[in-house]
Design a protein around this ligand. Structure first.
Ligand code: RP5
Length: 181
């Protein structure tokens, strides 16, 4: 039993994005878009630690053979997906706790981050799908000069954005300043 996979960039996927439900896609899509920007091939699918544990297990067990180097797993509520994936592979797993439940994501945060010793999940902030993609890229960049160069460029643009805002604030003053998009 294999999860049907949807791809991103051309080439063998290096990052696997998996989420607990299609209702997670609006947030998890941000990870996919970030990986696209960084030109990193990835796959995307849905599994569920509770509703379809076998599919989640098979996704994790096959990840290494599919060529994945990092897995990003997002889920909301009692979010055990990232932990279950981490239990079935030695590949680094980045967990994305998601909002949407009546507890607003704190439940997912605790469920994702608080793993037992020996089975870590590198957990980003609530709804931090974009950061998960950047962290995945940083892991890949330790052995890929092209990804490292694109990451450096991304970080340079972030810094330029701060300077642009600081210069504009100095120019127009805090009373007239309007937030930039
Ligand atoms: C979690 O339950 C999913 O990751 C999702 O965040 C939440 C709700 O799922 P749906 O009822 O929308 O399918 O397992």
């Amino acid at each position: 039993m294999n999860a049907p996979l949807s791809g991103g960039q051309a080439g063998t996927p290096l990052v696997g994005i998996v989420m607990g439900s299609d209702s997670d896609l609006p947030i998890m899509k941000k990870a996919a878009l970030m990986l696209e920007d960084l030109e990193i091939p990835f796959e995307v699918t849905i599994a569920s630690a509770h509703r379809h544990p076998e599919l989640s297990r098979q996704f994790a067990l096959g990840a290494e053979d599919r060529g994945l180097k990092v897995i990003i797993a997002g889920a909301g509520a009692a979010a055990h997906l990232a932990g279950v994936i981490a239990a079935h592979t030695w590949l680094p797993v980045i967990g994305v706790p998601l909002t949407g439940s009546p507890l607003g994501g704190k439940d997912a945060l605790y469920a994702t981050v608080q793993m037992p010793p020996g089975v870590p999940v590198a957990t980003v902030g609530i709804d931090g799908a974009r950061n998960a993609a950047i962290l995945a890229a940083q892991i890949l960049a330790t052995s890929d000069e092209g990804i490292a160069a694109r990451l450096k460029d991304y970080k340079r643009k972030l810094a330029e954005g701060v300077e642009t805002k600081a210069n504009r604030l100095a120019e127009v003053g805090y009373r007239s300043y309007r937030k930039l998009d």
